[in-house]
Design a protein around this ligand. Structure first.
Ligand SMILES: [Fe+2]
Length: 238
C-alpha cells in the first residue's frame, strides 16, 4: 500500500489546490502513480485561525470535493501541517489536528536555525503526551540549520517525513539518504500543492529501490501502515 503522508490537495484552503478541478487533477496524478491513500494536510497557522474555525473550513473544503472523487482516486484521510510556535503546548484542541484516526501531528518547523529553545519546546510537547510528533520534510531545514541541530531535534521521541521531490535532485537526495541512514525517517509525502509543485511518492520509491532495492521500499511502506495504526514504527535504516 502506497501512502502519501503530506499534501495540499483540498481546494481553496491554503497555497495548495486553488479549486475543486485542480484537486481532482492532483488526485488523478496520484492515482496514475499508484498512491492508495493520501493524508490531506492543509497548513495550520495558529496566529491566523483558531482550531475550531480551521476544522470547519477543512470539512467544508472536503465536502465540496467529495462529489467529484473517482473510484480510482486515493482514499483521503484528514490532517494538518501545523506550524511550530512556542505556544503549541497550550493550544486548545491540538489533538484534533492529528492525522485522522491517529495521535500523530504533522509538525512544520520554522524556517530558521533550530535553537536549543525551539528544541526544548518540541521536547516539552513530546513529554506532555497530548500528541505524537511527525516532523514534516525534515531535509528542508538543512537550508536553515546545522546538521547537528537537526540531529538534536530528530533525536527526540519524534518521527520524520521526507518530501518525494527531494529524491530527484543530487544535493537533496544525498541529504535524504543520510537522514534515512540515521533512522530519522519513517514516511514519505509528496507535499503536493500543484501539478508543478510536488511529485507522487512513487517517484521517491523508484530512486530508493534503484539504490537500495525493493525491500527497502517495502520497509518504508510498512512503517507508514504502522504509523496509521498508531503502532510503534520501524526505524528505516539503510
Ligand atoms: Fe506542506
Amino acid at each position: 500500500m502506497t501512502i502519501d503522508f503530506h499534501s495540499h490537495i483540498l481546494p481553496c484552503l491554503d497555497d495548495g489546490s486553488a479549486s475543486v478541478e485542480e484537486s481532482v487533477h492532483l488526485l488523478d496524478i496520484m492515482a496514475r502513480n499508484g498512491t492508495d491513500l493520501v493524508i490531506a494536510t492543509p497548513h495550520f497557522y495558529c496566529h491566523e485561525i483558531d482550531t475550531k474555525s480551521f476544522l470547519s473550513a477543512r470539512q467544508n473544503s472536503y465536502e465540496q470535493l467529495k462529489p467529484y472523487l473517482k473510484p480510482d482516486h486515493p482514499k483521503i484521510l484528514l490532517g494538518a501541517e501545523v506550524l511550530y510556535t512556542s505556544k503549541l503546548n497550550h493550544l486548545d484542541d491540538l489533538e484534533k489536528l492529528c492525522i485522522e484516526g491517529t495521535n500523530y501531528l504533522l509538525l512544520e518547523m520554522p524556517y530558521l536555525r533550530l535553537s536549543n529553545q525551539i528544541i526544548d519546546i518540541v521536547s516539552q510537547l513530546v513529554d506532555c503526551g497530548r500528541v505524537k510528533i511527525l516532523v514534516a520534510h525534515i531535509e528542508r531545514y538543512l537550508n536553515f540549520t546545522d546538521y547537528s541541530e537537526l540531529e538534536a531535534l530528530m533525536s527526540l521521541d519524534v518521527l520524520g517525513q521526507l518530501n518525494s521531490n527531494s529524491f530527484l535532485e543530487r544535493k537533496t537526495k544525498k541529504r535524504c539518504f543520510k537522514l534515512m541512514n540515521q533512522g530519522f525517517v519513517q514516511v514519505i509525502g509528496s507535499d503536493m500543492h500543484h501539478e508543478d509543485r510536488g511529485v507522487p511518492v512513487a517517484k521517491a520509491y523508484e530512486v530508493i529501490a534503484k539504490k537500495y532495492g525493493h525491500d527497502k521500499v517495502e520497509q518504508i511502506k510498512e512503517s507508514g501502515k504502522r504509523l496509521l495504526k498508531d503502532m510503534e514504527t520501524y526505524e528505516v535504516i539503510l
